[in-house]
Design a protein around this ligand. Structure first.
Ligand SMILES: Nc1ncnc2c1ncn2[C@@H]1O[C@H](COP(=O)(O)OP(=O)(O)OP(=O)(O)O)[C@@H](O)[C@H]1O
Ligand SMILES: [Mg+2]
Length: 303
């Protein structure tokens, strides 16, 4: 069942097309990832879907209802974790959650119970009476995610949820998101972290300049565009022409990235056959979503 559907969704800021005619469908219960470099349009897209910013053109349906006409009902079932911290610095951790719960008309007792629960979920129980300014960056990040759960959302929209978290915090968030997914909570997740997308997302869309370049399950996209492994050959200027010519004559699929050549869709014996002379400069590694982005745009995903 479709939970989010956008049609010709477009956002313009003056002459800048931040989101360019996007048709997106998110299925109920899936974790859908939006990837793309800075400025690709991810946040702009998410802000329209969460009824924070109005589309320039196009429309959005959530559970079959037009968002414009039903924004109140839609907001009630959405949990939103914004990219930028908008916690109230004058309040304590608990007060932030209690105030937020009021937007959803959650009765005070229930709000208190849920606040305690989400704080413990994100290991912030001992910070409940701290002021926001007393929290570290990573704690604020976890609190933002916790806050997004206060209305027990059916759809959780997260904009870079683990940015600035240490590995332990990141794994904690990944665990909780996986748990929420197993409980049926749909997730729309913006991330620059390829591993995060690969671990959490059932499907991802890679965005660039307001458009979706490709869309599908991470592993299928990787096998389709890159193959399961990438061979990186380090070449100095003197060898470059010869190596390129050799790879080309063997019909191999490759790309030049900085001072290296990346070879895709190639079997180990094919690769080693021609490369015996400079084997020490060849590295074999698993392919990633980042490779797809590079192949499609000639640029790195994270600069
Ligand atoms: N309020 C605004 N006014 C004018 N331009 C904007 C505004 N918000 C975003 N933009 C522009 O729209 C484009 C897309 O920005 P957006 O924030 O959606 O990118 P993003 O993919 O979320 O990037 P990041 O990874 O850096 O968060 C950028 O060129 C940005 O400068
Ligand atoms: Mg953004």
């Amino acid at each position: 069942m479709l939970i989010i559907k956008t049609r010709n969704l477009t956002k313009k800021f003056k002459d800048l097309l931040a989101v360019d005619d996007i048709n997106l469908e998110v299925e109920k219960g899936e974790c859908f990832g939006l990837l793309g470099p800075n400025g690709a349009g991810k946040t702009s897209l998410i802000r329209m879907i969460t009824a924070v910013s109005p589309p320039t053109r196009g429309d959005i349906q959530v559970l079959g209802n037009d968002l414009k006409a039903h924004s109140r009902q839609v907001k009630a079932i959405l949990g939103v974790v914004p990219q930028l911290d908008n916690l109230d610095p004058d309040l304590t951790v608990l007060q932030n959650l209690m105030t937020f719960a009021r937007y959803f008309d959650i009765p005070k007792n229930e709000a208190h119970r849920r606040s305690t629960e989400v704080l413990s979920l994100f290991e912030l129980g001992n910070k409940r009476n701290s002021h926001i300014r007393e929290l570290s960056g990573g704690m604020k990040r976890r609190l933002l995610i916790a806050r997004g759960l206060i209305n027990l959302p059916q759809i959780l929209v997260l904009d870079e949820p683990t940015i600035g978290l240490d590995p332990q915090g990141k794994y904690l968030v990944w665990d909780k998101l996986a748990e929420l997914k197993s409980q049926g909570v749909t997730q729309l997740l913006c991330t620059q972290n390829m591993e995060e997308a690969t671990v959490l997302c059932d499907r991802v869309a890679i965005m660039h300049q307001g458009k979706i370049l490709c869309l599908g399950p991470p592993q299928s996209l990787i096998s389709q565009y890159v193959g399961s492994e990438v061979w990186e050959i380090e070449v100095d200027a003197g060898e470059r022409d010869k190596t390129v010519k050799d790879l080309r004559s063997r019909g191999l699929d490759f790309e030049e990235v900085g001072g290296k050549i990346h070879v895709f869709h190639v079997e180990a014996d094919e690769m080693t056959r021609g490369l015996v002379n400079f084997a020490e400069r060849v590295r074999r590694r698993p392919a990633t979503l980042e490779d797809i982005f590079f192949r499609l745009t000639g640029r790195s995903l994270v600069e």
